[in-house]
Design a protein around this ligand. Structure first.
Ligand SMILES: NC(=O)c1ccc[n+]([C@@H]2O[C@H](COP(=O)([O-])OP(=O)(O)OC[C@H]3O[C@@H](n4cnc5c(N)ncnc54)[C@H](O)[C@@H]3O)[C@@H](O)[C@H]2O)c1
Length: 144
């Protein structure tokens, strides 16, 4: 099974980040622009946490608060689970399942070099499986 670096080769290493003192409204507008479900929270190059659609629903909307009145730092998750480009996709799925998270920022030498989501892993595994099946079919038809 491939590693995170293979997945990032096809997906790219761009990561949306927002500052902790930005409003949740500003953060979700940035997330919507790229159809992303999270934003990493960083300031002066330091990674402070992550904020997801789920955080907004649970900690703002369900609390009857207004996204324009709440700051990212008030709802972000600062306990960040990260991976490296060498992490296997198997390990990623185990981490996502154990910790009930859907996004894993990728760090290389301490700096952010990508982010992968559960949808990225599923898509990559489907492409990898189809590739293997086609190869096997070619091999079988070649052997006959
Ligand atoms: N066909 C595809 O290429 C593809 C890839 C991923 C997800 N999806 C679909 O999108 C829906 C939601 O996906 P999800 O649960 O994986 O989460 P998501 O909505 O966060 O993922 C959507 C895309 O945004 C990217 N993303 C998320 N946070 C980011 C950030 N901070 N910076 C840069 N990129 C970021 C993800 O890596 C992913 O490629 C699901 O229905 C899934 O099937 C499709």
């Amino acid at each position: 099974m491939g590693a995170v670096s293979n997945l990032l080769d096809s997906k790219g290493g761009e990561v949306l980040t927002v500052k902790p003192d930005q409003t949740v409204e500003a953060a979700i507008q940035e997330m919507e622009k790229i159809s992303a479900g999270t934003s990493v929270v960083a300031d002066n190059g330091e990674i402070l946490g992550i904020v997801s659609e789920r955080d907004v629903i649970r900690k703002v909307v369900l609390q009857g608060k207004n996204v324009a009145d709440v700051l990212v730092q008030d709802i972000m998750s600062s306990k960040l689970t990260t991976i490296s480009p060498d992490t296997s996709l198997d390990e990623c799925m185990q981490l996502m399942t154990e910790k009930r998270i859907r996004h894993l920022p990728v760090l290389h030498d301490g700096s952010l070099c990508g982010i992968i989501s559960i949808g990225d892993v599923v898509k990559y595994l489907i492409v990898e499986k189809d590739f293997k099946i086609r190869n096997l079919e070619t091999y079988i038809s070649g052997a006959m």
